[in-house]
Design a protein around this ligand. Structure first.
Ligand SMILES: C[S@@+](CC[C@H](N)C(=O)[O-])C[C@H]1O[C@@H](n2cnc3c(N)ncnc32)[C@H](O)[C@@H]1O
Length: 317
């Protein structure tokens, strides 16, 4: 089973100025290595560190990258551990970091992983099959109010209360399709008939909670910035607004520099911007790409470049 990588030409193009002269690039969401392979092809002198917490993805990626033997290192870990991963590899700084967030097509399509509401499977949804928390535990043991909060906040689902109440009344819920049916029945009939599958938002919420996706993202963004040498670039592709908002806020905040009140005639804080925005608006896939790969539809790419800001202590920040 393949994963059709999204916005490949755009990622390669935006990372180009940073990678043309070689150096280390991190693909923190290696998946099936579609982007990683394209980067290794496009920039013959780079070395790639590929990270994924899913051992199945890592194995497939290793096979996919076989032709580039000696030019990459693959690491099974959470990307929030980026700083210590690079330390362990003896890498002091990098020229680029790619974050292609979320799950891959094979993860979604393999019913036994429990990500899909269309095919019967166990309530699992763990990217790392050895992780402690699975969707089963969330669905069957969270207090109703906590379950409601997860579905509302991480799924942006306005019927979260009704859905959480129905789930709790039908416990134990054991399969993905059983859960999808419960969600469908819990929402008003008129809503059921329009828009995407009624369980989509609830499944998104459970997946994000199971894999602590927002906490992971909040940790990897500053770690990526710290790892980049001046001129190094971070490219982040997100697939829903919760992710994109976080990426945007981080990039904009770090590109702001001075944090003095606007009333001050001159800067007193001395803060310098750590990042420069390379994309002011998110880059999205073309209609042709979306037609070929419908999963690209929601993708948004943002890119920022590390500046040479110097910390107040005088050390390179
Ligand atoms: C959208 S896929 C990436 C696909 C990849 N760009 C390709 O071309 O095949 C995201 C991948 O990142 C991994 N992943 C997501 N969050 C992660 C995290 N916090 N730490 C490590 N891996 C993560 C998933 O297991 C999945 O394989």
């Amino acid at each position: 089973m393949e994963h059709d990588p999204v916005l490949v030409a755009e990622v390669t193009g935006f990372l180009g100025p940073a990678l043309e002269r070689g150096g280390v690039v991190v693909d923190a969401t290696l998946g099936r290595a579609g982007h990683a392979g394209a980067l290794l092809e496009a920039f013959p002198t780079i070395f790639l560190v590929g990270i994924d917490r899913d051992p199945v993805s890592l194995e497939a990626a290793g096979t996919h990258l076989a032709a580039h033997q000696g030019r990459f290192a693959l690491v099974r870990d959470n990307f929030s551990d980026l700083t210590s991963i690079l330390e362990r590899l003896g890498i002091a700084s990098v020229r680029g970091v790619l974050l292609d967030l979320g799950v891959s097509s094979p993860q979604l399509d393999e019913a036994h992983r429990g990500f899909s509401f269309r095919d019967p499977g166990p309530l699992d949804m763990r990217m790392d099959p050895d992780a402690d928390l699975s969707a089963n535990e969330i669905v069957n043991t969270y207090a109703q109010a906590d379950l409601e909060a997860v579905i509302r906040d991480l799924g942006e689902e306005r019927f979260a209360r009704r859905i959480a109440r129905s789930i709790v009344s039908r416990r134990p819920v054991t399969s993905t399709t059983e859960l999808a049916d419960i969600v469908k029945e819990a929402i008003p009939a008129a809503t059921r008939r329009t828009g995407p599958h009624p369980a989509r938002r609830t499944f998104q919420a459970l997946r994000i909670e199971t894999n602590a996706e927002l906490a992971e993202l909040d940790a990897v963004l500053p770690a990526s910035m710290d790892a980049c040498e001046p001129g190094g670039r971070i490219a982040a592709i997100s697939y829903h607004s919760l992710e994109d908002r976080r990426v945007k806020r981080f990039f904009v905040d770090e590109a702001r520099g001075c944090v003095c009140p606007v009333e001050l005639p001159i800067c007193a804080c001395g803060a310098e911007a750590n990042l420069k925005l390379v994309t002011r608006r998110p880059v999205t896939p073309s209609e042709t790409e979306i037609q070929r790969n419908p999963r690209a539809r929601s993708a948004k790419l943002r890119v920022a470049e590390r500046t040479s800001a110097v910390s107040p202590e005088g050390a390179s920040a």
